[in-house]
Design a protein around this ligand. Structure first.
Ligand SMILES: Nc1ncnc2c1ncn2[C@@H]1O[C@H](COP(=O)(O)OP(=O)(O)O[C@H]2O[C@H](CO)[C@@H](O)[C@H](O)[C@H]2O)[C@@H](O)[C@H]1O
Length: 474
């Protein structure tokens, strides 16, 4: 079975957040399961591309907005990723460093999708499934069905996975000129609220859509940035599949980015070693419980509450708990976290920026990982935390609800709360501080969480079952 995954991010080539982790891992596990899974990514002028070898496997030009657009498809030659990687290189549009935030972002992702489809079409390939991730690849299902130039491929089943339903990639109808000729009778399938909405179009036109957890599938019907009626209508066609994690990249026993490797058997000593290294780096007292936050500093992650909640929690527990924040995002939130430092000079540190290596050390060296997200389609941080024996403290929402059970409940192992509020965060901090005093209980929970299996094996199988149902039309 031949699958193409289309997405804006893929680890380790280009990562901003969790989308990259999924697109860099799922195909690897699909290949392990016997599928021919490949990723076709926009070209980014980044470290991975500079340091690895590529062959140009296809070269052509196509019309784009009234001009001729040259493009190339580059294939990575060493197969070191565990799946085939193709990059869509378009001089002037897809040859830059950053992944997002250019003013012509809509044109960039439209060009990416068109060049991909032209390549597949003109090179006479017939993939069994085209799997599109998020709105950056959301026009593909529509184009396959309603643009005559792709009629050869119109029966190809498409899967659309929603990693974040808050972002739709919508743009004005004036940009229709960038798309090839389409069947205008069906143009309404592109529209939502008077604009072209790639996310809405994908949900309507794909063969099946998925979310990255079952709870998030339900939540989209009442919380999807204006698409609620669409999700209520299309709910029966959706499937929620919880993300897995790449247990090769995220393995405390072999991880080269942490201060000391450890297994379940050596977890007490191993975590201590990482905690000491982490606390030394940030000049924090390693004897106190360490609660960390890692993530994009945006309201959806509850990051706007962090500074105030941390300030209050430290005032409630003077000399009893430390906090560490790693993140980048909204400048106002970044500033609030920088401004907190002089008020809490002993028990709080932050690192404003993106640092993959540091994130691994934080998962390994922290006692608790705080995730007060308002919206969390799946969440990977809590799964990485569990793998490294760190207790997650999570708001019961989306995938956090599906993957973390409160330690007060049967079989539980995390700290859960019901609202993204300062009160709930501070109450959870009090529970964490109390749990830390009971080292016997804490170590039992740490052992339990390290035994949990959130690897991709199970979830990759669910995707394969879905592909098979679509291919066999059942
Ligand atoms: N400053 C920083 N430095 C280093 N590493 C950092 C970092 N900020 C974030 N990261 C890393 O980025 C990833 C974040 O993944 P998440 O799944 O939590 O969130 P994201 O919202 O990006 O993804 C969306 O897609 C994923 C995948 O489907 C869903 O799990 C999620 O709920 C959804 O919002 C983790 O690997 C984390 O360690």
């Amino acid at each position: 079975m031949k699958i193409y995954h289309l997405a804006a991010e893929c680890y380790p080539i280009a990562k901003v957040g969790g989308l990259a982790d999924v697109v860099g891992a799922l195909p690897k596990y699909q290949v392990k399961a016997g599928l021919q899974a490949a990723v076709a990514l926009p070209f980014y002028n980044r470290k991975f591309v500079k340091e690895n070898k590529f062959d140009v496997v296809f070269k052509a030009s196509t019309m784009f907005g009234g001009n001729r657009m040259e493009f190339e498809v580059w294939k990575e030659t060493t197969d070191k990723l565990g799946f085939e990687l193709y990059l869509i290189h378009i001089p002037g549009l897809l040859d830059r460093k950053e992944i997002y935030s250019y003013p012509d972002e809509n044109e960039q992702f439209m060009a990416y999708q068109l060049a991909f489809l032209d390549w597949i079409n003109w090179s006479q390939q017939s993939p069994d499934i085209i799997h599109c991730h998020d709105h950056h690849a959301g026009l593909v299902p529509f184009l396959l069905q309603h643009s005559a130039i792709y009629s050869r491929l119109s029966n190809t089943p498409t899967v659309f996975t929603i990693h974040n339903g808050q972002y739709h990639g919508a743009f004005s109808w004036t940009k229709i000129k960038y798309l090839p000729e389409i069947d205008m009778l069906h143009a309404g399938l592109l529209d939502w609220a008077g604009g072209i909405n790639p996310l809405a179009s994908a949900v309507r036109c794909c063969s099946a859509y998925t979310t990255v957890s079952p709870s998030y599938m339900d939540e989209l019907s009442w919380q999807s940035n204006g698409l609620e009626p669409l999700f209520q209508m299309e709910r029966h066609r959706g499937v929620g599949i919880v993300n897995g994690i790449d247990t090769q990249v995220w393995d405390p026993a072999t991880d080269p980015m942490i201060a000391g490797n450890f297994t379940i058997k050596t977890l007490v000593k191993g975590k201590q070693k990482n905690k000491e290294a982490l606390c030394k780096r940030f000049e924090l007292d390693h004897k106190l419980p360490l609660i960390s936050f890692i993530g994009r500093l945006v309201d959806d992650k509850g990051a706007d509450l962090l500074a105030e909640a941390i300030n209050r929690a430290i005032n409630e527990h003077p000399g009893k708990v430390n906090f560490l924040v790693l993140g980048t995002g909204d400048p106002a939130i970044e500033q609030s976290l920088i401004d907190l430092a002089p008020h809490q000079p002993n028990q709080y540190r932050s690192f404003i920026g993106y640092n993959e290596e540091l994130s691994h050390l934080i998962y390994a060296g922290s006692d608790f990982l705080l995730m007060p997200s308002r919206v969390e389609p799946c969440g990977l941080n809590q799964l990485y935390a569990l793998r490294y024996g760190t207790i997650p403290m999570v708001h019961r929402t989306g995938g956090l609800r599906d993957t973390v059970i409160d330690f007060g409940d049967e079989g539980g192992y995390g700290i859960c709360f019901d609202q993204t509020s300062i009160d709930d965060i501070c109450y959870s901090v009090s529970r964490a501080v109390a749990l830390y005093q009971d080292s016997g209980h804490l170590n039992l929970l740490r052992t339990h969480v390290m035994e949990l299996d959130f690897s991709w094996d199970r979830s990759a199988k669910q995707y394969i079952d879905l592909y098979e149902r679509l291919i066999n039309n059942i």
